[in-house]
Design a binder for this molecule. Structure first.
Ligand SMILES: [Zn+2]
Length: 171
């Protein structure tokens, strides 16, 4: 596959920038409308046993992960109050704008919504007013937090199903 396919994100209105303590981030270079696709995760689909490092890896299904693409989609930071959500279509992952996003705004999504098999990441630095302080897997989040994310429509179907399966097996 040509590298050029992943570089298209730049042409579509994103760029990397220095997000301070949160490292490298991605911001809009044009306005995005609510519901618009902001980015596509361009990494290769792999199984859990092939994932050696979860950095820049997105879970898109039970035992299905998109590896790093080497492009901007790898650097989108987490926020507990994100401006995009992950949409999964046949194991392809996209970021969809939850709100109108103005040029210059950092693009974020809530990592927890697609975390099932990954360990919690301590010490969230997102700075949101409602910051949970830790980036936890969706399956083990407090009910109140998980329900808030579900109500906002942020959680992909596979993650909701896996959380339900875990709570049934614990019951
Ligand atoms: Zn946070």
């Amino acid at each position: 596959m040509s590298r050029d396919t992943t570089m298209t994100s730049t042409r579509f209105g994103l760029e990397a920038f220095d997000a301070g303590v949160r490292g490298r981030g991605v911001r809009a270079t044009r306005d995005f409308e609510r519901g618009e696709i902001v980015a596509h995760f361009g990494g290769t689909l792999v199984r859990f046993d092939r994932v050696t490092d979860f950095t820049h890896v997105l879970q898109v299904g039970p035992d299905a992960f998109l590896g790093p693409s080497g492009n901007l989609d790898d650097y989108v930071n987490h926020s507990c109050d994100p401006n995009t959500r992950v949409d999964i279509v046949s194991s392809a992952g996209f970021l969809v704008a939850l709100v109108p996003i103005a040029s210059g705004t950092e693009i974020t999504f809530d990592y927890s919504t697609c975390m099932i098999d990954e360990d919690a990441i301590p010490g969230c630095l997102c700075g949101a007013e409602n910051c949970r302080g830790i980036i936890e897997p969706f399956v083990s989040m407090a009910t109140e937090d998980a329900e808030r994310l579900e109500r906002r429509g942020l959680v992909p179907a596979f993650a909701r199903a896996m959380r339900r399966a875990v709570s049934v097996s614990r019951a």
